[in-house]
Design a binder for this molecule. Structure first.
Ligand code: HEC
Length: 270
């Protein structure tokens, strides 16, 4: 039983790291202590995503205070609608009906997204997973979200990626490479998509010179964005963890007291 439980606990992260589409997710470790990253993420979000995806369960003022952004700077540089006040909810004026017509699906509100639907790894992989597909209305498809209705809004930064298949050495069941008996060359096979990703390759290739950022810079932008969405799904996370430590310390302290008290009571029975 214990072995079963251990196996289950060890397997949990693996279950979490495969997306619905079966495409393995890229690893990313959110860091809520990195305020600079969260501020950059908020900036990118408000510039590139807010027009379509609201964050309607949070107010601007809370975001500004949590991330250490002064209210006047927030109003001046990050809030583009002059009618919006710092205490307003982070809504946008996209109507569900017209967006359905434009994209085939309405862009969902993303306040709770990172908690309910995709974790931070999912958002990270998704934003790195757009590739060229002339059959789609906006000319792009996505590795984790097949036939997605969203255009690749960060394409000017990242550049365009192409979906490629690669020849890789064919492995036997024991994981060794196989050679052709006659030519003694390694036998190869073609792998694409998730299968290629699983063996450590990448099915996406950047078309040189199409983006303004290097791949590392782009990864950082997307990391910051995913980190920000992780924060906004549960703004009190750090606070909760801090209080949790005190609660556990209290319980530990209380345990000692209870134990001593119990020992006193026991004396009466013997
Ligand atoms: C031009 C409008 C538009 C912009 C700008 C936009 N999106 Fe989207 N997004 C959409 C639409 C439409 C969908 C729904 C796609 C579908 O269901 O096929 C979507 C879906 C998503 C999803 C997946 C939701 C799901 O159902 O799993 C995520 C995550 C997402 N967008 C993140 C972002 C982020 C981050 C940005 C900013 C970098 C952004 N989007 C900018 C239109 C937009």
């Amino acid at each position: 039983m214990r072995r079963l439980l251990t196996a289950f606990v060890l397997l949990l992260p693996m279950i979490a790291l495969a997306s619905e589409s079966g495409y393995p997710l890229d690893e990313m470790e959110p860091d809520l202590h990195d305020k600079a990253s969260l501020q950059r993420g908020a900036k990118t979000y408000l510039n590139y995503c807010m027009g379509c995806h609201s964050l309607q369960y949070q107010r601007y003022i809370r975001t500004a205070d949590d991330l250490g952004i002064p209210h006047d700077l927030m109003l001046e540089h990050l809030i583009f609608d002059p009618n919006v006040q710092i205490g307003d909810l982070m809504e946008n004026s996209m109507s569900i009906e017209s967006s359905k017509n434009w994209f085939g699906a309405a862009p969902p509100d993303l306040t709770l997204y990172s908690k309910l639907k995709g974790g931070p790894e999912y958002v990270y992989t998704y934003l790195r997973g757009f590739y060229e597909d002339p059959d789609r209305p906006f000319g792009v498809n996505n590795t984790v979200f097949e036939n997605v209705g969203m255009p690749h809004v960060l394409v000017e930064l990242q550049g365009l990626q192409r979906y490629v298949c690669k020849q890789v050495p064919k492995l036997t069941e024991n994981g060794t490479k196989t050679r052709d008996r006659k030519t003694l060359q390694y036998v190869t096979e073609e792998k694409c998509g998730a299968e290629l990703k699983e063996i450590g390759g990448s099915p996406l290739e950047l078309v040189e010179g199409t983006g303004t950022l290097t791949p590392e810079e782009y990864d950082q932008v997307v990391y910051d964005l995913s980190n920000f969405l992780y924060y906004i799904a549960e703004p009190v996370r750090l606070e909760r963890q801090r209080i949790g430590v005190y609660v556990l310390l209290f319980l530990a302290f209380f345990y000692v007291l209870t134990y001593l008290l119990g020992r006193e009571y026991k004396k009466d029975f013997h």
